[in-house]
Every structure is written in structure tokens, then in C-alpha cells.
Design a protein around this ligand. Structure first.
Ligand SMILES: [Fe+2]
Length: 291
């Protein structure tokens, strides 16, 4: 049995209740990325310092010019449901000896917590302070829903996000040697808001918008088709989370996922363990197993 989890066990965590709220991405050509996300996702952008902050219905994206050509997230932001969540998180970070600081930032109420995870990914957890905008013809429904990293030390990432930050473990993928290859972690009823793959390098894997209804996968596909943005993977259905999906690339080749029918966790849901196989990642066919 893996020391970190077992099939059928309690999800663990510390009852964190939050949702993915805002993503910051380093981009190589700010104008090109703004144009892409405006047209494809209906984001409305305004300057925020040297960055551009995009707002859409239940989604926020901060595009940051890369100073040195390096790409990846500039931050991943979660909105917690109430002040006590922040207090508890601050205490847990302090007990674990994780450096963190309170920040004052557009879109968050003062006192949001900024810290880095074991791989150095910049995270912000705070109370949201922004009005949402309604979906419209230029902004199909799909809330910013999960972010995924690849890591050379997935065990440390699971320990950190579950045992310190407070996510619950929903599902784990394990290879023939018994090594954890993927974990899916939740901070709400949604099956996962964060996932991590085992890989040969630490990097950002993708972010996802949950459209909810399968018919909206069609509408998103048609939107991308009208803009000559090709589907790179899918449609398919993931095993863990049972969600339908399709993937595209943005101008910097960041993977973007549109999802529908993501599992909503029922009370008493225990940890599922899946084999490391194509069928786990896509029960409909071809899958990309991370290396
Ligand atoms: Fe995903």
C-alpha cells in the first residue's frame, strides 16, 4: 500500500473550501495573446501595470509579458469562501514553515496570502473582490475550473496541497511499480480543482474551463472552428472526474481544456485508484501520458 493514500480511504485534507479564480500566464507576445483570448474566450482586457487583466463570466486571466522568454504561470489564484478559511490556511502554512505573505492586489480583498509550493509555483489564496460579468455571444459559459502541474516530486506536491493547504484527494493514478503518477485534488464539490502529473520536469501542464453541458462542448468547438483554432486532443472522456473534454493550444502552445459533466463529489466519496493507462486518461481513445 502506498503510504500517502489507499483506494477507498478518506480524502484527507483540511476542509479547504475554495475555487480556482484567476490565472496569471507569462506570454511571449502580449498583443497576440490578448487578441487570442478576447476572440476565443470573450475576455475583456484592461491594463494592470505592465500586464493585461482579462475578465469574463466566472473567469479571470492575467497575461504578463515574459521578461526573459520563460513561460509558465505567473501565479495561480484561488478564491476561498470566507475569512476563516484564510486564517486557517495562514496558520497551517506557518506551522509547516512555509514562507507566506499577505498581499494587496486587484481582484482580491486585502490580506490575500501569497506563497510558493514545493516546486516554486506562485500561489495566491484570497477573498474575491470583483464583479462578475454575464456570458454573452462573445463569451460562452465556462468557468475557470482547474489548473494542472507536472512535477518531478509528485509525492511532495500531494503532501503539500493535501496536508498543508487542505485540499482533499479525489483520485490517484498509479503505475505498475506502484508509483503515484497523477493525483486529482478537490476544494469544493467539483472532482478536482488542482491536479499534478509525475514528469521529468516541473512545468505547467494546462488550465481548464468547465462548460457544464455537453452541448456547450459543441458550441466551444464551433467557436474555435470559426476562428481557425484546431482541436488538438479530443473530444474524449477522462476516467477520473468522468468529464468530457477537448483541448486546444494558445499562441504560446499552452494547453487549454474545455470540459463538461465533471463529477460532483457526493458525501462519503472515498479515494479512487486508477491504473496508469491510456484508458484512464481517455476512455474514448488516444491519450497523452506525461513523461
Ligand atoms: Fe484537465
Amino acid at each position: 500500500m502506498n503510504a500517502l493514500f489507499s483506494a477507498g480511504s478518506d480524502p484527507g485534507g483540511h476542509g479547504l473550501t475554495a475555487a480556482l479564480y484567476e490565472l496569471g500566464l507569462l506570454v511571449s507576445d502580449l498583443g497576440r495573446s490578448v487578441d487570442f483570448y478576447e476572440r476565443a474566450f470573450g475576455y475583456r482586457f484592461a491594463p494592470d501595470g505592465e500586464a493585461m487583466l482579462g475578465v469574463g463570466p466566472r473567469r479571470r486571466l492575467r497575461l504578463v509579458p515574459s521578461p526573459d522568454g520563460r513561460l509558465g504561470p505567473s501565479h495561480v489564484g484561488f478564491a476561498v469562501t470566507d475569512e476563516s478559511q484564510l486564517d486557517t490556511l495562514g496558520e497551517r502554512l506557518a506551522v509547516a514553515g512555509v514562507a507566506h505573505r499577505a498581499i494587496d492586489r486587484v481582484g482580491y480583498r486585502p490580506g490575500a496570502l501569497a506563497f510558493a509550493d514545493p516546486d516554486g509555483n506562485a500561489m495566491i489564496f484570497g477573498l474575491a473582490d470583483a464583479a462578475d460579468i454575464a456570458p454573452g455571444p462573445d463569451a460562452l459559459p465556462g468557468h475557470l475550473q482547474h489548473a494542472v502541474f507536472s512535477s518531478t516530486d509528485i509525492e511532495a506536491m500531494l503532501s503539500f496541497y493535501r496536508d498543508v493547504v487542505g485540499f482533499g484527494l479525489s483520485d490517484a493514478v498509479v503505475n505498475d511499480e506502484g508509483l503515484l503518477t497523477t493525483f486529482f485534488a478537490h476544494c469544493s464539490q467539483e472532482h478536482h480543482s488542482l491536479a499534478v502529473f509525475r514528469a521529468g520536469q516541473n512545468r505547467f501542464d494546462h488550465h481548464c474551463y468547465e462548460a457544464g453541458d455537453w452541448g456547450l462542448i459543441r458550441d466551444w468547438g464551433d467557436r474555435f472552428a470559426s476562428l481557425h483554432i484546431p482541436i488538438k486532443w479530443g473530444p474524449g472522456r477522462h476516467g477520473p472526474g468522468n468529464n468530457l473534454f477537448l483541448f486546444i493550444h494558445d499562441p504560446d502552445d499552452y494547453w487549454l481544456e474545455i470540459s463538461a459533466e465533471l463529477e460532483l463529489l457526493e458525501p462519503g466519496r472515498t479515494v479512487g485508484v486508477w491504473p496508469h493507462a491510456e484508458r484512464t486518461l481517455n476512455s474514448w481513445g488516444i491519450a497523452y501520458l506525461r513523461k
